[in-house]
Ligand binder design. Sequence first.
Ligand SMILES: N[C@@H](CCC(=O)N[C@@H](CS)C(=O)NCC(=O)O)C(=O)O
Length: 221
Amino acid sequence: MLLLQFSTSHYCRKARLALGYKQIDYQVENLSPGLHIFKLKPLTGLTTLPVLLPQIAGKPAAIGDSSEIIKFLESEQPEPPLLFTDQQQTEALMLEDWLDESIGTATRFIYYHFRAGEGKTIDSSLSSQIVISIVRKQYGINDASVKLASNRLENALAELSHRWQKSQYLVGERLSVADITAAALLSPLALIPMYRSQYPWLFERIAEIHQLCSEPLPPGL
Ligand SMILES: N[C@@H](CCC(=O)N[C@@H](CS)C(=O)NCC(=O)O)C(=O)O
């Protein structure tokens, strides 16, 4: 299998965690932001990464969207499972969708805001700052939208803390799509000192989940 990705994307990290947890052999191809559209549009009709090319006869040529990729991996290789077969499935998929649509985007806002200001020294090169400024423009990242994102994250972290402290897992008694989605989509916060000092339990859990999935730790951990 071949995973088309942006190397730094937290949604691509989510797909890698799933592949790693299932111990599936795969290769990655890193695409360049901007030019990626020309490759992706004919493959999936979408402009977003990750995209998985299963390279298996009789299977789809390309699968876009991290959630669809996980569903495909589960059908191809059910063990170890990331989904459920009972009523816990609805809860896990709802958490995944909430993390994808709300929390992953909030993290993006907080992260790029940090990288353009206090965290500029992480990579102050012109090329990096140009990418950051294009992303900020593309998603409308500014003081007001970052404030809203930070409020959303605060609520999300309260909910995740409650769930992860009650049991080791967000849903049921084993690792699932909900845990790997949270671990991937919150991982960019590891570079931000305020989150590191206020939510140490979060980064311990992110690191544990990366180890379970044989995925290298995200920057900052
Ligand atoms: N819901 C999608 C979101 C993926 C996503 O937002 N990917 C970003 C990178 S973090 C992307 O490819 N952006 C490029 C674009 O929108 O053109 C998924 O889960 O795969």
